[in-house]
Structure formats: C-alpha cells, structure tokens
Write a protein that binds this ligand. Structure first.
Ligand SMILES: Cc1ncc(COP(=O)(O)O)c(C=O)c1O
Length: 408
C-alpha cells in the first residue's frame, strides 16, 4: 500500500527541484564595466544613477532612490514621512521584520491590522478600525506577489489624509487594475535581496511621484548630506547611510529588463499549479485579489483542517520544500523588540516614554484571523525556472499527503 515518506514510504519526488539562476552574461558584462571604471562609489559613478533612472521610468514613478536593502528602502519612506516619537504606523502581521524594524528605528510604533482570511493580505477594514489620532501612516505589504485591496487602501489613505507606503518586496512588476504596485500609494518600496523577482544580492529601491517627499528622501539615503562641493559640510538632518554601490547598480541594470518576464512566467506557473491542485480534498489553492495579478514570489497553500506544520513536514519528506506558516507566527511575536519592548538599551523607547499615547502590548490572539490563517498555511517555493514536470510533482506530492496524513 502507498505509504507516506515520513512513515517509511518512497518519496514522491526523488530529485531536487532546480536551483534558481537569476544571473547571466548581462550581469557579468555590467559588473565588469563597473569594475573597469575604477570607481565603485555611487557618487561619481554611472551605474547607480542609471539604475535609479531606469527603475523610475519602468514604474512611471518620477523618482527612485536606491538603498542597501528592502529594509533600508522602507526606512527611507518612514524617515521621509518623519513621524514624531510615539506616532503609530499601521502595518501587516504577516511580513518580514524588514517592514517593521524601520518603524521602530524612527521611534514610531507599529500597529498591526488583521488579515483578509482569503489572501493573507492586510484587511482595509481592520486597518481603519486601528486608526487613532496618533496614526501617522499606513504600510501595506503585497504578500507573496499578490496585491492588497488597493482601491480600499487608497480610499482609506485619502479619507484620513494618511501617507500610504506600499511594501512591494515580494511583488515586483505586478499590476493591479492596470497599474503597477508601488505607484498607487505615496511610496513603493522594493527589496532586491537574492530571492526576489529581481535581485542585486542585497539592495532596495524606493519610488515616489511626490516632489515634496523627494526633497527629503534623496538626502535621507546619504546621512542627510547635502553634497555641494568643497567647504564646510551640511548634514541636513539625522539619517543613516544606505548608499548602494556601483556593483549593485550594475547588476540592477542587467536585472531590470528581465523583471517583467520573470513576473509573467511566475504568474503562468502559479496559475498552472492552482489548476493542478484544484480538487485535492482538503486543500485550498492560492487566492488572487480581485483586479490583481499574482506573480507568486511564493505559493501559499491552505491545508484546510489539517495542521500546516504536520502537513509541511510530511510534504518535505516527499521531497517538496515548504515553509509552514511562512514566518511561523505573526511577525510581532517573532522579535523581543516587540514582545519584550527590548529596543534601545533598557529604555523600551518609545513604548515606555511620555511621547507615547497609550500602552501597546503585542500578544497572541491580537490578530485572530492571522493566527488561524498561519496554522493552516504553508508556502511552496516556486520560481521562473520550474517546469511543468516540477509542478506536477508538487501537486502529486500534495495530493499524496492530503490523502494519507492522519487527521488529528
Ligand atoms: C515583505 C518584505 N518586506 C521587507 C523585506 C526586507 O527586505 P530585505 O531583506 O532586503 O531587507 C522583505 C524581505 O524578505 C520582505 O519579504
């Protein structure tokens, strides 16, 4: 009889899935040019300038500022908004810490809105419920390559006069109702880390169409330094150094022309995987936000009544890599900076400060739909180099586990 691999049966897939190969001769040529130029510093170089200009043009965004990571790109947006200590920024409970730590680094307080249970993306209605007089901005996270309900979030941001930050780290070159994610809010922030649709190994980009924000953003990335030739230096305000190097700029220039193709291929593969998974008893396929493309940075699968961790373990034994619950638990429970308010020395700043309007705790049960969602969700790795056969193996292994895993 057919047995699960965790119970001694034969794994459904016995060869590894193809490794991703995002780089080719174009990257080698651009990097070689950067090195031959004898200057890897962005100021005085050509690569980063060109990369920013091309990125802004691709999105029709007006302005683009490069940075050293996606986290840095988000910090550029938050630092440009310049919240008062203790101001609140509403964001998503399922994300990388990179969308949360910049809020704390600017001494603001992250407030988490629960998810839309269908898509795992932040729910605009719960976000609205979380607005207080101290709310300073809203940051949506387009999770796994799928848009948040942007009509609702744009409306919310306009009704309350709150800047809208879009974390597009997992949703490069993705359209919602014919517009690019990252261009409907005030800021679009992108991670260029290795796993993303386009990558410079590490890196980030922040886009904005707003000239007023650009005035601060363009200095925030470089210590607030207004570079104006020789003479006494002018640092306009407190800011980090997130300058990208020419090496990253060179790779970015080679990656950008490919990103829409990568996104489209992932859309095709994810859509096909949904077809193959449909009809497997107990399994729910990835939902797509109405009006959005889904470019599948990862494929979120719902395991119905079956526990996601047990399912994930059995599926891994069948040779299909996956991450139960993606980050395992809501992001606010993943760091002592929030659970124990361990922020700056022993101070707990800004939580335990006179600047803060109310006491905020980050506890289990705070976002109940997120808790349930994560328990029964696992993410499958998927990338543009997968074949039809790879997808068939994933679906076959999922079907096998769904059929044979004992119900609790
Ligand atoms: C949604 C999201 N936001 C922010 C980040 C942070 O990006 P980085 O790792 O480049 O700092 C990531 C990266 O994993 C992410 O997936």
């Amino acid at each position: 009889m057919d047995r699960l691999a965790i119970h001694g049966g034969t794994p459904f897939r016995r060869t590894p899935f193809p490794a991703r190969t995002p780089f080719g001769d174009e990257e080698v040529e651009w990097v070689t040019r950067a090195i031959r130029s004898q200057n890897l510093f962005r100021w005085g170089g050509e690569m980063v300038d060109q990369f920013e200009a091309d990125f802004a043009a691709f999105y029709g965004a007006g302005h683009a500022a490069s940075a050293t990571s996606g986290t840095a790109a988000i910090h550029l947006a938050v630092g440009t908004i310049d919240p008062e200590p203790g101001d609140e920024i509403i964001t998503a409970p399922i994300s990388d810490l990179g969308s949360v730590s910049p809020i704390l680094q600017q001494n603001a307080i992250p407030i988490f809105a629960d998810i839309d249970p269908a898509t795992f993306c932040m729910d605009p209605e719960d976000a609205e419920r979380k607005i207080t007089p101290r709310t300073r901005a809203i940051m949506v996270v387009h999770l796994f390559g799928n848009a948040c309900d942007m009509d609702a979030f744009v409306d919310l941001s306009q009704r309350y006069g709150l800047p809208l930050i879009e974390d597009c780290s997992q949703a490069h070159a993705t359209q919602y109702k014919g517009r690019w994610l990252g261009t409907m809010g005030d800021f679009g922030c992108f991670s260029l880390q290795q796993s993303k649709h386009m990558t410079t190994g590490d890196g980030g980009m922040t886009i904005t169409r707003r000239d007023d924000y650009w005035e601060r953003l363009r200095f925030f990335v470089d210590k607030g330094f207004r570079r104006q030739g020789w003479g006494p230096r002018a640092y306009l305000f407190l800011a980090p150094n997130y300058r990208m190097t020419e090496l990253q700029g060179a790779v970015g220039l080679a990656q950008l022309p490919k990103v829409r193709g990568v996104a489209a291929r992932r859309t095709a593969l994810g859509t096909r995987l949904t077809e193959l998974l449909r009809g497997i008893e107990g399994i729910e396929t990835a939902a797509v936000t109405p009006g959005s493309e889904h470019t599948y940075w990862a494929y979120p699968l719902r395991t119905g009544v079956l526990d996601g961790v047990a399912f994930g373990e059995a599926l891994r034994a069948e040779g299909v890599p996956n991450m139960p619950g993606y980050i395992g638990k809501p992001i606010y429970l993943c760091t002592e900076a929030l659970t124990a308010k361990r922020t700056y020395g022993q101070s707990g700043f800004p939580f335990d400060s006179p600047y803060t309007a109310r006491r905020i705790e980050y506890t289990e049960g705070m976002c109940p739909r997120t808790d349930v969602g994560l328990r029964h969700m696992l993410t499958l790795g998927l990338h543009e180099g997968f074949s039809e056969e790879d997808l068939a193996d994933i679906a076959g292994a999922v079907a096998k586990v769904a059929r044979l895993l004992p119900r609790a």
